[in-house]
Design a protein around this ligand. Structure first.
Ligand code: GTP
Ligand code: MG
Length: 294
């Protein structure tokens, strides 16, 4: 039996969470077209015949670390690199930015092997167009391997999984058989609501909110949950609620539907919006909301 831990790191929006979900075959980590979607370390487990891999999805490492929340996110990503058997450095095909460069720099102090994953290759119909970037990156450090793939289309994801399984050290499974998700239902509910908010709200507003699941209880086949959407200002609260509550209703319905699909049963989800001024830069509030190092 082989088992190990693989961290998935990179700048925001390159598709790290999409890759985790593709690797383990179910949605463990939320995704959105906006950068800085993931805010915590998220574990998802791949069970093979003779191997188990615990993947750790991480927040995109970013520069504008002005607020305590940004620092907590960058720390969560950075801290995931201790004690891993391998790190996957994910970049986007055809795009190399200063933020990628900064992640590469951060990886210099990592002792475990690092593999380069070039995601979103589906955006290139002619795969020869990928070669210049691959040639540029190959000599930048020693790579365990270089793997072009598409997390979205599933291209090469199984090849990556196989490569990784062969590289894991011998050892007993870290998770019980069949368990794919590393976190509890409360966290899943908060994240699902936050994903729908990330996808529905324009511009900066998603960065001013967090979701806290207040209560979860099962009543027969029914799952009853309530969650608070915390924002920083009254004006933001109005936008999240929307005209006649339309936005909140849309977000709640979308989150409920997906939770029902996930649990296979009926879900009742109640959402509230509250204001906590300056929570994104307040270590005490961050700690209460479950952020790294808060
Ligand atoms: N075309 C294409 N889009 C992709 C692929 N993988 C991810 N995406 C899209 O890229 C966007 C970002 O994906 P995420 O998985 O949320 O990216 P992330 O790296 O986890 O982002 P952060 O959590 O913000 O750091 C989403 O709109 C995805 O649908 C891919 O292989 N091809
Ligand atoms: Mg993510």
């Amino acid at each position: 039996m082989r088992s190990g831990i693989v961290a998935i790191v990179g700048r925001p929006n390159v598709g790290k969470s999409s890759l985790l979900n593709a690797l383990v075959g179910q949605k463990v980590s939320i995704t959105a077209p906006k950068p800085q979607t993931t805010r915590h370390r998220i574990q998802g487990v791949l069970h093979g015949d003779n191997a188990q891999i615990v993947f750790v999805d991480t927040p995109g490492m970013h520069r504008a670390a002005k607020k305590a929340l940004n620092k907590a996110m960058n720390d969560a990503a950075s801290n995931s690199l201790h004690y891993v058997d391998l790190a996957l450095f994910v970049i986007e095909a055809g795009r190399w930015t200063d933020e990628d460069e900064a992640v590469l720099e951060r990886l210099k102090s990592v002792k475990s092997p690092v593999a380069l994953v070039i995601n979103k290759v589906d955006k290139f119909s002619d795969k020869n167009d990928l070669l210049p970037l691959m040639e540029k990156l190959a000599p930048l450090r020693e790579w365990a391997f270089v793997m072009p793939l598409s997390a979205l289309k599933g291209a090469n994801v199984n090849v990556l999984a196989k490569q990784l399984m062969e590289r894991m050290p011998e050892g007993p499974p870290l998770y019980p058989e069949g368990q794919v998700v590393g976190h509890d239902l409360s966290f899943t509910i908060s994240e699902m609501v936050r994903e729908k908010l990330m996808r529905s709200l324009a511009q900066e507003l998603p960065y001013a909110l967090t979701v806290e699941t207040e209560a979860v209880e099962r009543e027969g086949g029914l799952l009853k949950a309530s969650a608070i959407i915390w924002v920083e200002r009254d004006g933001q609260k109005k936008i999240v609620i929307g005209e006649d509550g339309a936005m909140l209703k849309r977000v709640g319905t979308a989150a409920r539907r997906e939770l029902e699909e996930m649990t296979g049963g009926k879900v009742f989800l109640k959402l509230w919006v509250r204001v906590k001024e300056g929570w994104t830069d307040d270590p005490k509030a961050l700690s209460r909301f479950g952020y790294e190092g808060g």
